[in-house]
Design a protein around this ligand. Structure first.
Ligand code: PEP
Length: 257
């Protein structure tokens, strides 16, 4: 397996944090921190709240920082109060979108089926998708991590072609590790990312599985990033808390280089 042929992607998930003024400042700080760095080997993404998109896109313009959103609706438009479509995101200069984050699944009724609908809509609009999958603590304790994550991946990718897989990144995020300070061991992260890679091989081809970027997410920080990112199946990170400070985010980007 040759990890070097895959894109390494370090993506921040800001969640419900930062006003537009704070977003501008953070993007400026991230830009400054990476200014002397050769970022060819690592894609850097900041996924921001909807209200921050405009200022984030303008502030990041011309830099290596790409802007993502944290969700999108599956319909093109219509009577969906409070929702945002993939086309709207594209019109605002967004390049990436997180879909199926466990907080959406836990608190907002997101299901594997709606995740699949959103993935399709995002790809059709021309967005790159960061598709989140991961098991609950109870599922890990019951020994059904692999089955859970495989099923989530298979349903999310229903109807997605091998060609479209070039625009999909999968983030393995064990729910028990998100925002808890409990990180999966590098072996656990590598093992489940490997399971996801096998699912992709079974759905598409070995070539496709080898080319797909699979991130780990869950309390990744400046201290544990190097070991996690060094694992053969881990091609980047989806980072929550540690993406809110430029210094911490920069340390993780450096660890990925
Ligand atoms: C996340 O929100 O995707 C995440 C991984 O959060 P944290 O890094 O804070 O655990």
């Amino acid at each position: 397996m040759n990890k070097s042929t895959r894109r390494t992607v370090i993506a921040g998930n800001w969640k419900m944090n930062k006003t537009p003024a704070e977003a501008k400042q953070l993007i400026e700080e991230i830009k400054a921190s990476i200014s002397g760095m050769n970022t060819d080997g690592c894609e850097i993404v900041a996924c921001v709240p909807y209200i921050d998109i405009d200022i984030a896109v303008k502030t990041a313009a011309g830099s290596a920082v790409k802007i993502g959103a944290e969700n999108c609706h599956w319909a093109k438009n219509g009577a969906f109060t409070g929702e945002i479509s993939a086309d709207m995101l594209v019109a605002c200069g967004v390049e990436y979108v997180i879909i199926g984050h466990s907080e959406r699944r836990q608190y907002f009724g997101e299901t594997d089926i709606t995740v699949n609908q959103r993935v399709k809509a995002a790809l059709e609009a021309g967005l790159k998708v960061i598709l989140c999958v991961g098991e609950l603590l109870e599922q890990r304790e019951q020994g059904i991590t692999d089955e859970t994550v495989s099923l989530q991946t298979k349903i999310a990718l229903l109807g997605i072609t091998e060609e479209q897989m070039a625009d999909i990144i999968i983030a393995y995020e064990p729910v028990w590790a998100i925002g808890t300070g409990k990180t999966a061991t590098s072996e656990q992260a590598d093992e489940v990312c490997g399971v996801i890679r096998k699912v992709i091989a079974s759905l598409y081809s070995d070539k496709c599985a080898e080319a797909t970027t699979i991130q780990y997410g869950g309390s990744m920080n400046a201290k544990n990033a190097k070991e996690l990112l060094g694992m053969v199946n881990v091609d980047g990170g989806l980072i929550g808390g540690a993406s809110l400070k430029a210094e911490d985010f920069f340390s993780i980007i450096s660890a990925a280089q």
